[in-house]
Design a protein around this ligand. Structure first.
Ligand code: FES
Ligand code: FES
Length: 191
């Protein structure tokens, strides 16, 4: 058994895992998060996609032990307690899923893209998502949903910036308090 200390969706996690167990089985069977799905088990379908240390990976091809000291984001980590992730909302609105087996993988891959390239064009989105296969939707709705999520995210950032820029009684007394900082984003994908 391997002792693994990691962070999953922002929460510290610690467990023992057989050395041969894949990250997919570790997340599903040891940790109990069943969002990542098992499709082909040979790195072709992308249903098992998670983000490991800032990169999207097919978790069926990675060992659970490799997560030691790392950071994992699964589909369960996309929404907040208050709202769905814009991608999840857009997938619902665009009916970008049917059986749903591929959906967690698409969401996680697309979330990594949006973080890295918030304004990716259609061609780039299609290229980025080439490692995720869907046997139901025909991809157009999925791509439309990702484009819609980009718009939703940009609107969200604009309204957050507006709220942050609004002068308050305190901030008008202190010019420093009304300054707006934009946070830098970084991340890398498998492509
Ligand atoms: S189950 Fe991992 S790529 Fe298909
Ligand atoms: S919705 Fe069924 S495989 Fe994509």
């Amino acid at each position: 058994m391997v002792h693994v200390k990691t962070t999953i969706n922002g929460q510290p996690a610690e467990f023992l895992v057989p050395a041969y167990l894949s990250l997919l089985d570790t997340i599903r069977e040891v940790v109990g998060l069943t969002g990542a799905k098992e499709g082909c088990l040979d790195g072709n379908c992308g249903a098992c996609t998670v983000i490991l240390n800032g990169r999207i990976v097919d978790s069926c091809l990675v060992l659970g032990a490799e997560a030691n000291g790392g950071e994992i984001t699964t589909v369960e980590g996309l929404a907040t307690p208050d709202a769905l992730h814009p991608l999840q909302q857009a997938f619902l609105e665009e009916a970008a899923l049917q059986c749903g087996i591929c959906t967690p993988g698409f969401l996680v891959s697309a979330a990594a893209l949006l973080k890295r390239e918030p304004k990716a064009n259609e061609q780039r989105i299609r290229h980025w998502l080439a490692g995720n296969l869907c046997r139901c939707t025909g991809y157009d709705k999925i791509v439309r949903a990702v484009i819609k999520a980009e718009d939703m995210s940009s609107q969200l950032s604009k309204s957050k910036a507006k709220v942050a820029a609004k002068p308050t009684a305190k901030s008008s007394a202190s010019p420093k308090a009304s300054s707006v900082r934009s946070s830098g984003r970084s991340g890398s994908g498998r492509k």
